[in-house]
Design a protein. Structure first.
Length: 110
């Protein structure tokens, strides 16, 4: 199961503990407000391979700098298919959604 699960949190302390308890599992640092630099620094601090900013924080700069740093980018909450299509330009690793079935269908139709 270690390859199929991501442990995500807003709390750096929780992510540091996850790193200690399950270092082989992907950890994602959630953000609801932060600059690009703060998000990348937060990911480095906890050894996270994934950042998950709230969708309004997505930008070309974030996508490009995260890619350069080897950090995956995902976002949350995406519940509308049209919005998912618009966000695809950020080459997201994943999305958090309350409507995963609709999102999967949209991706398969693309």
């Amino acid at each position: 199961m270690e390859k199929d699960v991501a442990l995500i949190s807003f709390e750096r302390r929780a992510l540091l503990r996850c790193r200690t308890l399950a270092p082989e599992m992907l950890r994602g640092h959630l953000f609801h407000k932060a600059s690009v630099g703060e998000m990348l620094a937060g990911a480095r601090e906890v050894g996270s391979e994934l950042i998950m900013p709230e969708k309004r924080l997505l930008s070309d700069e974030l996508r490009d700098r995260a890619r350069e740093a080897g950090i995956k980018v995902a976002t949350w909450v995406v519940d509308e298919v049209d919005e998912l299509r618009q966000l695809m330009r950020f080459e997201l690793y994943g999305v958090g959604s309350n409507r995963p079935g609709d999102m999967m269908e949209a991706l398969q139709a693309s």
